[in-house]
Design a protein around this ligand. Sequence first.
Ligand SMILES: Nc1ncnc2c1ncn2[C@@H]1O[C@H](COP(=O)(O)OP(=O)(O)O)[C@@H](O)[C@H]1O
Ligand SMILES: [Mg+2]
Length: 310
Amino acid sequence: MRNQLGVVVGYEKSRSAEEALRWGAAEAVARKVPLTVCRAWEWPYHEWPGELVPLELERRPAQRLLKDAAAWVGRHYPKVPLNTLTDRGLPSVILTDLSRDAELIVVGTRGYGALAGLVAGSVSAHVAAHASCPVIVMRGDPDERDAHEVVAGFDGSPQSLAALGFAAMETQRLAAPLKVLIAYRERGGEAGMQEPRIEAQALAWNELVSWQRRYPELQVDVELVDEPARPALLEAAQKARLLVVGARGLGEVRGLLLGSVSQAVLHHAPCTVAVVHASRTMASLSRPDWDDRPCLPPVAASPDRTDGLR
Ligand SMILES: Nc1ncnc2c1ncn2[C@@H]1O[C@H](COP(=O)(O)OP(=O)(O)O)[C@@H](O)[C@H]1O
Ligand SMILES: [Mg+2]
């Protein structure tokens, strides 16, 4: 069955994985889908035949960790159908495989302390590039930031249209306003090159009208800025709770799974980033059972922060 895993959270023992679990659980509730918490583990040494004991040394802590995660979900979101899954292998590969049956993947970034969150970890970067569904990468510390908006980067590409739809949905869950940003300097915004940005703006509004019909309370602003996309989005992200971009844009370099702007925000944004792949997302945005579901209700912010999951 498609999307049977619902929201998949890549979970390990780190602060940002805990953030991912909080975010993922709230998403699963709002989307009315199951939550799947996955812990992949690797045996770092050469394996001898029949060496079951050492393997158990890795497997058991993974299972314990999932048990703790399940207990936390049970306490805070007792109604959400929960799967826990532990598997041996590279986390990036396992999560990418799971994404085929997922509606959304949520992963943390590596890093603690003063430099935490500056650079995306290799797992999150790999999953964001290869997943078959949208990917949310937790970045920044939501408790330390007074940021509310959802910002979507829009360049008129099909991928950015999908990003816009995803962002509109997220604004409902987060009860947040949406800012759609069109940075036109890179796109030939010098004097005499007015067309592309006007076109992109019209395209954005055209798409937003249908989202506004679905979510009448959607508060949205489309902002044109005479700046290149990367600095413009990173600047706007200062005030954002979530920054949504398409995996690719209008760039013509073939074969890349992520464009330069999406890569840059994954590595440097001060807030959580969602990467949306058009071809892999549109199906879930417009699937037939959509209209049967009630609109996503705004849910309360994630449960009170504590040190570690409790
Ligand atoms: N000029 C722009 N203004 C706003 N957002 C942009 C702009 N360019 C790119 N983006 C955002 O970044 C995403 C990825 O685009 P990009 O990294 O530029 O890929 P490509 O290299 O294929 O053009 C787009 O889908 C869009 O969400
Ligand atoms: Mg581009």
